[in-house]
Ligand binder design. Structure first.
Ligand SMILES: [Zn+2]
Ligand SMILES: [Zn+2]
Ligand SMILES: [Zn+2]
Length: 370
C-alpha cells in the first residue's frame, strides 16, 4: 500500500493491529549512532522477523500519516566505561583551558576589559589598570554584559568551545564525536485512537474469514509473506486449497488505516493482485469506496469487505460476501495468467467475448454460445 514494500506493509498492519488491541502502547526506536545499530522496545523486530529498516519505514510513514507522533532525544555515553549521560564541558577557544569563568565584563576607555568586581575598590569603582575612577556607562566605560574569561590565558569571549566529558572516568569527546544513542518514542495520536474500533474490526473480520475458510478445507496462513518471482508480497490472509495443479487461493489484504480508496489505491491493489498470480483478492478496509472505484475493483475481481459491517462476523453473512470470491478462486488461473505475460484474467475474458462478437457477426448463431 502506498508504495510500501512487503516488510513495511506487514509492519504497518502489525503496529496498527497491536495498538488497536492495546497490546502496544508505544514503540521506542533506539539507535546507537557509532555503529548505526538499531533496537526496538518492545522488540518488535524479533516478533515480526522484519528488517529494522522496514519497521523504521513503517513508523515514519504512520508518523507522516498523523497516526503516530514522535519525540526524539539523544543521550551521549562513554565508550571507555559505558557510563550514560556525558557532561557538556566548556573550554577556552584560545588555549583550550577548562578554567573559564562567567561574569559581567566592563571595558574601560584605556582599553582594559575585566570582570566588574575587579573595578570595585571600597565604595568606588576604579579601573585596575589605569587607576582612574569610573563615571558613566557608555561614556568613559562600557558594560559589555555577561561574558566568559579564560583564567589561564586571560582572553574574554562570548562563546566557549564545548566537548563532552565522562563524569565517571573523565574521558572527553569532541562535541560532534561523542558516542550517542538516539531515542525516538512513537505514540498513537488522537486520530489513531479514534480509529481503534474500526482497525480492530478489520483484523477481526480477517481472522473470521480465516476461520471460515479453514472450515471449508482451506489451509490458511495469517500475516504471511508470499514469495513470487523474486518479489515479496504481504498478505494478511493467504488461504489455499486443492492440489498444486488445481490450487484455489483466497488472498486478503487489510487496509486498516485507509479513509478512502482512490484511483491510486486501485492501481496498487490491481498490481499487487497481478503480482500474486491469483485471480481474485479480498480487501478488508473501513475506507469509503466511491461507486466508480467499486465498479473498477469488481471488474478486476477485487472484493471489498467494509470493516464498519460488524454483521460480517456472522458466518452466513460472511458466506454471502465471500461466495463470488470462492466461486472465482476454484477456477484454475495461475497458468493462464503466467502464460498471458502480464494480461489479467479480465483481458482474457474480454478477448473471448470479442472473438464471440466477431464470430456472431460473421456466422450468426455461434456467437450466442458465448
Ligand atoms: Zn583604565
Ligand atoms: Zn585560554
Ligand atoms: Zn567513562
Amino acid at each position: 500500500m502506498k508504495g510500501l514494500n512487503a516488510g513495511s506493509e506487514l509492519s504497518v498492519n502489525y503496529l496498527s493491529k497491536n495498538l488497536a488491541f492495546g497490546k502496544l502502547s508505544k514503540v521506542v526506536s533506539i539507535q546507537e549512532k557509532f555503529s548505526n545499530h538499531y533496537f526496538f522496545d518492545p522488540a518488535i523486530d524479533k516478533e515480526t522477523s522484519v528488517p529494522y529498516s522496514d519497521i523504521l519505514n513503517a513508523l515514519s510513514v504512520m508518523d507522516g500519516w498523523g497516526y503516530l507522533s514522535s519525540s526524539r532525544s539523544v543521550t551521549r555515553y562513554c565508550v571507555e566505561c559505558f557510563t550514560m549521560g556525558l557532561s557538556l564541558v566548556g573550554r577556552c577557544p584560545f588555549c583550550g583551558s577548562t578554567r573559564i569563568r562567567r561574569g559581567k565584563v566592563l571595558s574601560h576607555k584605556c582599553g582594559y576589559r575585566g570582570f566588574e568586581e575587579l573595578y570595585k575598590q571600597g565604595e568606588k569603582w576604579v579601573c585596575p589598570k589605569c587607576q582612574k575612577q569610573l563615571y558613566m556607562n557608555g561614556a568613559d566605560f562600557k558594560d559589555e554584559g555577561m561574558l566568559f574569561k579564560c583564567m589561564t590565558c586571560g582572553n574574554i569571549f562570548d562563546k566557549y568551545a564545548t566537548y563532552y566529558q565522562c563524569p565517571n572516568c573523565h574521558a572527553y569527546y569532541e562535541e560532534d564525536q561523542a558516542p550517542s544513542i538516539e531515542f525516538v518514542v512513537y505514540e498513537p495520536t488522537a486520530p489513531l485512537t479514534a480509529k481503534k474500533p474500526l482497525i480492530s474490526n478489520s483484523f477481526k473480520i480477517n481472522e473470521r474469514v480465516a476461520q471460515y475458510l479453514t472450515k471449508q478445507g482451506y489451509e490458511t496462513k495469517l500475516y504471511y509473506v508470499q514469495e513470487r518471482e523474486d518479489e515479496l508480497l504481504y498478505w494478511d490472509l493467504y488461504a489455499s486449497r486443492g492440489s498444486a495443479e488445481a490450487e484455489s487461493n483466497v488472498i486478503v489484504t487489510v487496509l486498516p488505516l485507509a479513509d478512502q480508496l482512490e484511483e491510486e489505491s486501485v492501481d496498487e491493489l490491481v498490481s499487487k493482485k497481478q503480482k500474486s498470480g491469483h485471480k481474485s483478492m479480498v480487501v478488508i478496509s473501513p475506507a469509503q469506496v466511491p461507486q466508480a472505484i467499486a465498479t473498477k475493483l469488481s471488474e478486476k475481481n477485487i472484493y471489498v469487505l467494509d470493516s464498519h459491517f460488524e454483521t460480517l462476523m456472522d458466518e452466513h453473512v460472511l458466506e454471502g460476501y465471500l461466495a463470488p470470491v470462492l466461486s472465482g478462486s476454484t477456477e484454475v488461473m495461475a497458468e493462464t495468467l503466467e502464460s498471458g505475460a502480464g494480461d489479467n484474467w479480465n483481458d482474457v475474458v474480454q478477448q473471448i467475448k470479442d472473438l464471440g462478437a466477431r464470430l456472431s457477426g460473421k456466422v450468426g448463431e455461434i456467437g450466442v454460445k458465448f
